[in-house]
Design a binder for this molecule. Structure first.
Ligand SMILES: Cc1cc2nc3c(=O)[nH]c(=O)nc-3n(C[C@H](O)[C@H](O)[C@H](O)COP(=O)(O)OP(=O)(O)OC[C@H]3O[C@@H](n4cnc5c(N)ncnc54)[C@H](O)[C@@H]3O)c2cc1C
Length: 435
């Protein structure tokens, strides 16, 4: 006997649970849009958790911007096809403010430095430019400016994080650094950041860590630790550790996958359902959806029982090759769910330049979906493919987020613009008008 697949109806289906999908679901929920979100958890775990807005433009000249807003204005001028040019500075600002505001109220506070780019220390001791960082990393601004004596702590068994190496790389810029390698409370052998972070959420482990650090403090006016200060209770762990040590503490990002990405993921997974989003975090939308009137009918399969989703509009935030929104075979790059037209080089031989580290990057990184002013994917002639299908995030064409250092900014701002455009379409239909 054929089993009938249950159906879920919604106004908006967000496909994807990366940064763009989470941001789209958030913005939709804030606007009161009836939203279902489907995607596999995972990609955010691999992200650094830092919110880059624009670090570099033009990439060929490796020009770094301390004022990302000035950089964006220049980028919009130079690359009118870039998604940022479609969104516009005011909407990008509104998107970032709304997103960061949400994190602040969700007990995962992020800090910007006077709306300018700031720096964080990487796990190898170099500096990385970013826009917004967890509050637990923010003291680094003052530390880099004033270079007070500080203690850097690492733990035996934590791979890819050496306080000694960080000190060696930063030595000229910040000579007054000391290091200490301390056993991690309650864990031995090879250490994983997630286990360490969860352990520090217990008061006993926090107290033990503070007790181990205190005798090493000497004249240190700050303590740098790998980013393992909790996942769901980072703010508590961070605050209590500072109080126990009586000096500022700052986190230094670890190698990926890092708990800083996991914190964001868990924060969204906790908050969005409370905001009314019907989330299916262990499911995948199967290819080849159909249409019934103005609605999309799609199947979601995966780890949960299969369901059919009937949606009046969709925000597609399924990512690139890593997220599986795009797939490249021997002949072409294709979009994996709707088989949408993908902007790409004429043939495979042009995907990559001969020089691996070419100044301008590789054309394949600019492949993706072209969109109209309403964030709807278009065909080669610029015609919108579906009036109620919108796209956001790294799946968009004409951007190279890794090299331009605009990954999260692009994901958040395009999600905001797509949801805004989608709301206008939903609002125009008779159903919504009478609702
Ligand atoms: C290793 C790494 C480091 C990063 N570091 C930074 C950084 O330092 N600063 C910064 O700003 N940004 C960084 N980012 C980028 C940022 O976090 C985002 O990943 C990026 O901007 C793209 O987000 P996205 O949501 O568009 O795509 P993805 O993150 O790729 O998410 C795509 C989502 O779509 C889902 N999906 C795909 N197909 C389907 C389907 N058929 N059905 C349902 N769901 C589907 C996937 O499961 C996934 O949830 C980093 C990312 C990675 C991977």
């Amino acid at each position: 006997m054929k089993t009938v697949c249950p159906e879920i109806e919604c106004d908006l289906l967000v496909i994807g649970t990366g940064m763009a999908g989470m941001a789209a679901a958030l913005f939709a929920a804030q606007r009161g849009i009836d939203t279902v979100q489907v995607g596999m958890t995972g990609e955010l775990n691999f992200a650094s958790g830092l919110l880059d807005l624009l670090g570099m433009h033009p990439v060929a000249k490796a020009q770094i911007w301390s004022d990302p807003w000035e950089g964006i204005a220049q980028l919009i001028h130079d690359q009118p096809d870039h998604p940022y040019a479609r969104i516009g500075v005011d909407t990008i600002r509104a998107a970032m403010e709304t997103f960061i505001g949400f994190l602040n109220t969700a007990a995962l506070p992020y800090r910007c430095h006077a709306h300018q780019n700031a720096q964080v220390i990487t796990p190898v001791g170099t500096l990385k430019t970013t826009y917004a960082r967890p509050e637990s990393m923010a003291w680094i601004d003052r530390a880099l400016a004033n270079r007070p004596p500080c203690l850097l702590v690492d733990f035996p068994g934590l791979r890819g994080f050496s306080a000694h190496q960080i000190k060696a790389v930063l030595h000229e810029r910040w000579p007054d650094l000391r290091t200490a390698r301390l056993p991690f409370p309650g864990l031995t052998g090879e250490l994983q950041t997630e286990r360490m972070a969860r352990r520090l959420e217990t008061p006993v482990a926090r107290a033990q860590l503070a007790d181990a650090i205190r005798p090493q403090l000497g004249d240190a006016r700050g303590v740098g630790l790998p980013a393992v200060l909790g996942i769901a209770r980072t703010q508590l762990v961070f605050t209590e550790l500072q109080q126990a040590l009586d000096v500022p503490v700052f986190e230094i990002p670890t190698m990926l996958p890092a708990v800083t990405g996991l914190r964001l993921r868990e924060c969204f997974e906790r908050q969005l359902p409370q905001m009314g989003v019907r989330a299916r975090y262990q499911q995948k939308i199967l290819p080849t959806p159909s249409l019934a009137g103005d609605c999309f009918i799609l199947k979601a399969g995966g780890e949960l029982p299969e369901v059919q989703v009937r949606a009046r509009a969709i925000v597609l935030a399924s990512g690139r090759f890593f997220g599986q929104g795009l797939h490249a075979d021997r002949h072409a790059i294709r979009e994996t769910i709707f088989n949408l037209p993908v902007h790409q080089p004429a043939d495979r031989s042009q995907w990559h330049r001969k020089e691996l580290f070419h100044d301008e990057g590789h054309p394949i990184h600019q492949a993706g979906l072209c969109i109209d002013t309403q964030f709807r994917p278009v065909d080669a002639q610029g015609r919108c493919v579906y009036p109620n299908l919108f796209a956001a995030g790294s799946i968009l064409a004409h951007q190279d987020w890794i090299r331009q250092k605009c990954g999260s900014g692009l994901a958040i701002a395009s999600a905001y613009a797509a949801v805004q455009a989608c709301q206008a379409v939903l609002g125009q239909t008779p159903q919504a008008a009478t609702a």
